[in-house]
Design a protein around this ligand. Structure first.
Ligand code: RNT
Ligand code: ZN
Length: 418
């Protein structure tokens, strides 16, 4: 049977439960997923050669990681060819590209240091998102940045974040799409702090200082990401969930939820509806924590599906900015990236193929047995046939054909990087 024949049969079965698969595919294609550049080189970046700091870790030593902007761009191209649907590219400030002998430190970054990325994005019709990089740098002192008691340290990172707002605005202007600029700081303490308030007070004042600079709020959406702990920062993080949500709400910026940044039984899928009631827009880092904030590759698993359902059935596709955030150095990085992209897209399709209004009505009527029955039946509907049709329609590899391509790329490109 051809992909289309299988799709036609599946379409009929979905029609019987009130789901329009054609409409779902049309919507799915347009949902942008922001692809994080840092899976390609284990969060290395191009502006320094030191270790990855900030309490995050990319574990593994799989060969073939990108070492230069050209290599990283080629790898991103490969992933974009293997993963169907609209994308944005998410850059970190540490991926600045300097002309020979023209290094600029983080607090002196300029739009010109990202002009190659803009060119890359423009040629591919991609929007860009951005992140100041407040880790892997000598001005991170005692694991502190914007909350440091050292005024010089704080001032350096304030200048860095302001430079990043200017660069984000440049991205939006050049590419005609808003840029999400996410601030995440690693700041925290390994052991029980004597004073939890002062670092948070300083962080709050520093953020206020950053946001004082004028910028176009239609073009740059600043978000703030929370975190519950980091490696070596187990007892306290300055940018906790309460801090970031309250800060974002009071200052009119976006909260960003990373699903690796909560206590183990807390789920982001349950938080989205509450956030939607109080914020016009919010941002996500979709990742997969395994026992800790391990940033494993995103899979088509229950929580990813549940996150997608919350976005789709609450009619929030244009209010929730979906970005990926994982970095696995133990497997083929192109495959890691592609699995994550395809899985997030599959989760969105799964959500679009649920009879959401009907399910909500059943719940409203108190027919909770029927809700459970239907939810379980949905799991064995011919989802795969619809997904395959989507891939084929987008000109992307169908089923495992993507991995054959990834293996060819590994042989012809990655294995030569020694
Ligand atoms: C760290 C945060 C943060 C980083 C990236 C590289 O725990 O999740 O988003 O992963 O900025
Ligand atoms: Zn994150």
């Amino acid at each position: 049977m051809t992909t289309t024949e299988r799709y036609e049969a599946a379409k009929e079965l979905y029609r019987e439960i009130g789901v329009d698969t054609d409409a779902a595919l049309k919507t799915l294609k347009k949902i942008p997923i922001s692809l994080h550049c840092w899976q390609g080189d284990d969060v290395g970046g191009f502006d320094q050669r030191g270790p990855l700091t900030g309490g995050i870790q990319a574990t593994g030593n799989y060969p073939g990681k990108a070492r230069t902007p050209e290599e990283l761009m080629a790898d991103i191209d490969e992933v974009l060819a293997l993963a169907p649907g609209a994308a944005k590219l998410n850059l970190h400030a540490s991926y600045a590209i300097f002309e020979e002998g023209k290094f600029a430190d983080r607090d002196a970054l300029q739009p010109e240091h990202f002009s190659k990325w803009v060119e890359f994005a423009r040629e591919r019709g991609l929007g860009l998102d951005f992140n100041p990089t407040l880790f892997s740098h000598p001005m991170v002192k005692d694991n502190l940045t914007l909350s440091s008691p050292d005024e010089e340290v704080r001032a350096f990172w304030i200048r860095h974040c302001q430079a990043c707002i200017r660069i984000s605005e440049y991205f939006a202007e050049e590419l005609g799409q808003p840029c999400l600029m996410n601030i995440w700081i690693p700041d925290g303490y390994k052991d029980i702090p004597a004073d939890r308030l002062s670092p948070r007070k300083r962080f709050k004042a520093a953020l206020d200082q950053i946001l004082k600079m004028p910028y176009d709020k239609e073009k740059v959406f600043v978000s703030l990401e929370s975190k519950v702990f980091g490696i070596g920062l187990e007892s306290y993080t300055v940018g906790s969930s309460e801090f970031t949500v309250n800060y974002a709400a009071s200052r009119g910026i976006l909260p960003l939820m990373d699903n690796g940044h909560y206590h183990p039984t807390e789920v982001v899928s349950d938080k989205i509806s509450s956030m939607l009631l109080f914020f016009p827009k919010l941002a996500l880092h979709v990742t997969r924590p395994v026992r800790w904030d391990s940033d494993h590759v995103v899979l088509f698993d229950d929580e990813t599906k549940e996150i997608a359902k919350e976005i789709v059935r609450n009619d929030a596709l244009d209010r929730v900015m979906i970005g990926l955030d994982f970095f696995d150095a133990s497997i083929n990085r192109i495959a890691a990236w592609t699995i994550g992209m395809r899985s997030m897209r599959k989760a969105l399709l799964y959500a679009l193929l649920c009879p959401n209004e009907h399910l909500a009505a059943l719940q409203q009527e108190g027919k909770l047995t029927e809700v459970l029955v239907l939810q379980e039946e949905l799991k064995t509907m011919p989802f795969g046939a619809v997904w395959d049709q989507f891939c084929e329609g987008c000109g992307a590899p169908v089923r495992n054909a993507w991995y054959e391509k990834a293996q060819e790329y590994e042989k012809s490109v990655l294995e030569k990087r020694v």
